[in-house]
Design a protein around this ligand. Sequence first.
Ligand code: UT7
Length: 331
Amino acid sequence: MTGLRAPSGAAGSRLLGIGAYRPARVVDNDEVCARLDSDDAWIRRRSGIVTRRFAGPDETVVSMGTAAAVKALAEAGISPADVGLVLLATMSHLEQSPPAAPRIAHGMGAVGAAAMDIGAACAGFCHALALADSAVRSGTARHVVVIGSERMSDLIDPADRSTAFLFGDGAGAVVVGPSDEPGVGPTVWGSDGTGERLIAHEHSWLRARETRSWPVMRMEGPAVFRWATRIVPDAGRRALRAAGVEPAELAAFVPHQANARIVDSAARALGLGAHTAVARDIEHSGNTSAASVPLALEALRSRGAVRPGDTALLVGFGAGLTHAAQVVRLP
Ligand code: UT7
């Protein structure tokens, strides 16, 4: 019997370009509080959020994801025709079928590329990046576009004190391609289904069909907060160890932007020094779920806090519960 040929690709993969799309409409805390029993000072103190963006009717998961992907490709200098795989991480594409990724692939000109949606909630981008790295190293794709795109404003109850002020909309993308040296470190990841109700829709689509009520997303904030302050430094430490990188060598720490207090607590627990730039995009983007890590990366870069070749620790965590982390070298 003839054996199967083993997959073979590049020795490593690396990030080649980053792109972001932020919706035009800026929403401040006072506007959110018009429908919420809260105030600007409380929101700033307990979450670090000052403003977030809400998408307009024409700013969809597909259109925002496409715009971010096009920018990432332009920066990478890669033609859409050379993209073999498009991975979209999202939790707010409100159509069970078809998946959004093929439409994004088509929109960016990656005609015929494999394309799929990845569902790992706010940890989705780091999961998709792990798959992109594997695809490039196994040779199933030479260039992969990884996108996080969200319209979280569609999922929230504007009067809910534990979610309404937190979430925002937007999209971020990276292009991953072949490299002789590893530019994406080993991913550490995991899940805990016992926490499935901590961040969850109020009820299922089946129930929504019967009751004609919109299944908004709810969160048990304090319980999620306690879990996040434990899992982020833990996953971060394991990702650093797996990549063989010391905290002192890190140029940037880019955790999922859920709450500025979680970001600060994790940075302290990891023992990061003043030389490590800590992403605080939460301040002006809110929590954009799967889009938050690439948006925060882009924000760090556009304010000159990181340079090409720097190492950054990425950590995603969210509903499921799910988490994933890896160290990357920046383009
Ligand atoms: O992206 C997925 C992962 N998500 C996260 O990691 C989010 C994790 N959780 C959080 O970020 C925080 O739990 C929240 C920001 C959601 C809430 O902050 P908190 O400090 O945990 O508030 P709490 O629910 O413990 O409430 C503390 C106090 C309570 O008042 P008393 O009982 O101390 O008098 C609440 O009634 O704050 C009150 N409160 C509010 N006050 C004004 C709760 N929500 C609000 C509000 N505005 N929106």
